[in-house]
Ligand binder design. Structure first.
Ligand code: HEC
Length: 103
């Protein structure tokens, strides 16, 4: 019964890999749908995407404070950051995406 076991492991590994790739794509898609309009070019002082230096002082506030800023809006940023279907987890992933260096 060695062969079926091996192929089962391959299927499992394969779905793990494509699963995590799909998650990364989903974050990028959401970024492009909602946040990029302002965070690509830094409209009205928005910290730019992948600009680690610009994000440092923001991250110092802590993830909960940042999550709160997006959900309730901050100065020029509208509540929700123009995302209509983002969960807290999506926002956290988006903040992580924007504040990390360009992949
Ligand atoms: C209409 C423009 C606009 C859109 C769309 C937008 N933002 Fe922003 N965002 C801003 C601006 C402007 C700031 C800087 C606000 C300030 O500090 O005055 C900002 C700041 C932030 C901050 C830092 C908040 C803090 O407390 O320092 C986070 C986090 C953030 N945006 C996340 C997002 C996410 C996630 C999205 C997409 C779901 C998004 N933004 C969409 C304009 C926008």
């Amino acid at each position: 019964m060695k062969a079926p076991t091996l192929s089962a492991i391959c299927v499992l590994l394969g779905s793990l890999i494509t699963g995590s790739l799909a998650a990364a794509d989903a974050v990028e898609d959401k970024y492009k749908q909602a946040c990029h309009i302002c965070h690509d070019t830094g409209v009205a002082n928005a910290p730019k995407v992948h600009d680690v230096e610009a994000w440092k002082p923001r991250l110092d506030k802590g993830m909960d404070a940042l999550l709160n800023s997006v959900k309730s809006g901050l100065n020029a940023m509208p509540p929700g950051g123009m995302c209509t279907d983002c969960s807290d987890e999506d926002y956290k992933a988006l903040i992580g995406y924007m504040s990390s260096p360009k992949p």
